[in-house]
Design a binder for this molecule. Sequence first.
Ligand code: SF4
Length: 593
Amino acid sequence: MKVVLLSPPGLAPFTPPLSIMALSSYLRQEGIEAATIDTSIEFLHFNLFPERLKDKIQAAKAVFASLGPEFSYPEQEEITKINNRIDRDFAVVQEVWGEEGFNISKDNFETAAAAINNALLFTSLVNLPTIHTLNCLYASESMLRNKSENPFLEYYQKKLIPRIAEFQPDLIGISYSYESQLFPGLSLTAEIRNALKVPVVCGGSFFSIMCDAVYKDGTGSVSTKKEQEEDLLGLLHPFGIYGEGEEPLLALCKCMEKNGQYRHVPRLLYYDKKLEALKVNHHSKTIEAGKLPLIDLKDLPVGKKYLTPLVFAPLMSARGCYWNKCAFCVLAESIGSNWRRLPQEKIIQNIKLYKEHYGVDFIVFTDEAMPPVTLRFLAERILQEGIEIYFGTMMRFEKGLLHTIELAAKAGCRFLSFGFESGCRRIVSAMRKGYSHETAQHILDQCAENGIAVELHVMFGFPTETVDEARETISFLEKNSDKIAVISANPWVLAVGSHIYDHLEHYGIVPNEGRVIADDPSTYSVTEGIGYKQALEMVNSLYGNPLLGKKILRRMGVHGFSEEYYYLQRHFPEALASPLAMARNPGAEGNHA
Ligand code: SF4
């Protein structure tokens, strides 16, 4: 049995995707031959091949000239600016592009990322209205019908499909982690359907969220929500797996090998032709953490094609969230995942594997929230073993963390991300965040003293929040602006399945006329406090804030980049200082935030 696992285009180009690495590592452990392709980064490299890019720029220039200023199209102002400098950007891309990957160094990182972003945006003229840049893809369903709107087609047909065919897989897996991958993934499924007679199974966290919308009662019944079902059906060719994928994917492989019954494959979605209905198999237990293998980066162009001068790679120390109480959150539940800590020594082995075999410099632990005790364990063992590695993760403001920050910094911790959410005590309590602002302040102070860059997530417009309460958040951020590297600010949006969703009346949420409450702000209103529109205005106002504007993470838009970009852009000196040197000279780096 041979399986190819694909992550569709639509991801930021700084780290390999954990989902396909975790699945392929598990399949290999269980004796199944598995290959992985990060099509996001492979597509970028294909697209920027200088001869191809040169032709595409010429074609884009022709489109630009033919449209003229009187036609309006997305990102027109930005594209018009780039038109005057596209030849310079092309020269930069030519310089950094190599047969095997990109030559990104600390000195050319920012210039190269900007030039590549400009080249992608300018050549989007050829595929209008689709806009594709380093961190965003604006596409619609029409991309699937009109070849001219699809920037991925040539890559799929000339490079990807032949590469998949060469492997001769029995099954192809497509993992959707983010919504941005949806249309590229659907287009890829269509190409596979046309060119290869190989079944496709889709899955991933975004796919699981889509399934949750249809199938939330856990009884295995077939949902009656026809519209959402149809969306799901569009993705199946012919299988889907919701929730954690390891065991269902293995069970599907075994079922196919033995010509078995699909109804025995846990968490499988498939279309039953006889019944003409979407079938959803029952939940199964989540995999025991002890059964999970070391994550292997095999097949991925780590240290070559990712656009970072440091080699980044993701890892997890646990599945799920140990807190799991925040009123607005549905993250940990959306893939039906309870909290399980991975065997601690295995994480150390994995760090060594990354470092020794793949030259990884910086590990991004993608835990929903790493407990302080895990951070302390990792720090102690990294120092004991003398492993030169940098790392960062998401954490909660826990008092227990205060005793660990200095040690973690000595071991190489350079980035911590926290769900701060609000500067108002009442709102933090209503959110069920379970931390105090005093603890948050102490942790921020200590991170600054120990050279750890901090990202804060903040939220505006939580139900019942007043304007004055929202301003308390801004005041806190301003007061601590020198201690915060990145701010991820968002308006609150109802998450279906969250604690708030189950207690709408308590939070004063009412449906808008003729609408059914869903995870879309146009379907509901709040009876108290600021609504979505005002919350969004407050988020947008932060861009113009003299103390905070440059720290606001733009996830969307043609200049949006991910946390890794912000980290690298701002923290080169710290990132490149040896963690072991710091251990010998603690506190030498001072406040870098
Ligand atoms: S917001 Fe974070 S800490 Fe809170 S429950 Fe969700 S994943 Fe856990």
